[in-house]
Ligand binder design. Structure first.
Ligand code: GLP
Length: 268
């Protein structure tokens, strides 16, 4: 696992955006051979989305031949609801880049048959040839997408019940009213994420420090779903200093040194 520790949220966002730009441009996608990218919501990736939109407007990257697959969606929220992930993606990203809306995919949280919806989502990912780069954030309990602690590390797209901790964390988007936060969601599985050819996770802030520490230094366990990343051969966590405060000093120094060497082109 590669761990990139940047000074603050802005630097973390820039690093992540530059990585995405590098990957897309190196891939040189065409209509017949598009780049497939998995995308998260939440406050953490907003800075990266803003940087990517700027780069797109400046002609440094194009999303014309990029296909997006979002991680998750609340059950029961209309796409026009300001807290739905459909609305989030449109207003924070898709409206500001040159992507064709028909190339953007999100789970339908209003589907009558959620099992069929989730199965069709997995099949859609398969038919695209899998995901080239899956980007994610994490919850303070180490959840990824909406895979709460206890989710199988091999889980696939499905309907889930949200944990009280997640409902509490996300209530800030629902006027701090716990009763307004949906209690169920559709989410890709941990296995769906780790099947991607590359995974990049963004972690910012001291409220995620415990989870980051468990992900990097802890055991691989379903009680910390993000720890599954340790089994991925091409994974990156990009974080800021605040999120790194629980790491052991030797871990912190090791990764700082690794990045220094990587930037000097000396990494093995
Ligand atoms: C929700 C989303 C996750 C996201 C998490 C953290 O639970 N389903 O995908 O990573 O929120 O959000 P934030 O970045 O706002 O802390």
């Amino acid at each position: 696992m590669r761990l990139v520790i940047e000074q603050d949220y802005a630097a973390m966002s820039t690093w992540a955006a530059e990585h995405v730009i590098k990957r897309i441009n190196k891939f040189a996608p065409t209509a017949d051979r598009p780049f497939v990218i998995g995308l998260p919501t939440g406050s953490t990736p907003i800075g990266m989305y803003q940087e990517l939109a700027k780069a797109c407007q400046a002609g440094r990257v194009s999303f014309k031949n990029v296909i997006t697959v979002n991680m998750d969606e609340y059950v029961g929220l209309e796409p026009s609801h300001p807290e739905s992930y459909h609305y989030f993606m449109k207003s924070n990203f898709f409206d500001h880049i040159d992507i064709d809306p028909k190339n953007t995919h999100l789970l339908n949280g209003l589907a009558k048959d959620t099992t069929a919806e989730c199965q069709a989502y997995e099949e859609m990912i398969q038919s695209l040839g899998g995901i080239d780069l899956f980007i994610g954030g994490i919850g303070s309990d180490g959840h990824i997408a909406f895979n709460e602690p206890g989710s199988s590390l091999a889980s696939r797209t499905r309907e889930v019940r949200l944990m009280p901790e997640t409902i509490r964390d996300n209530s800030r988007f629902f006027e701090n009213d716990l009763s307004k936060v949906p209690t169920r969601a559709l989410t890709v599985g941990v296995g769906t994420v780790t099947d991607a050819r590359e995974v990049m996770i963004l972690i910012s802030g001291s409220n995620k420090a415990r989870a980051l520490c468990k992900a990097v230094e802890g055991h691989i366990t379903q009680m910390c779903p993000i720890s599954a990343l340790q089994l991925h051969s091409d994974s990156i966590i990009v974080c800021d200093d605040d999120a790194a405060v629980e790491l052991q000093v030797k871990t912190f120094r090791f990764y700082k040194q690794e990045e220094k060497l990587a930037r000097e082109g000396l990494a093995y």
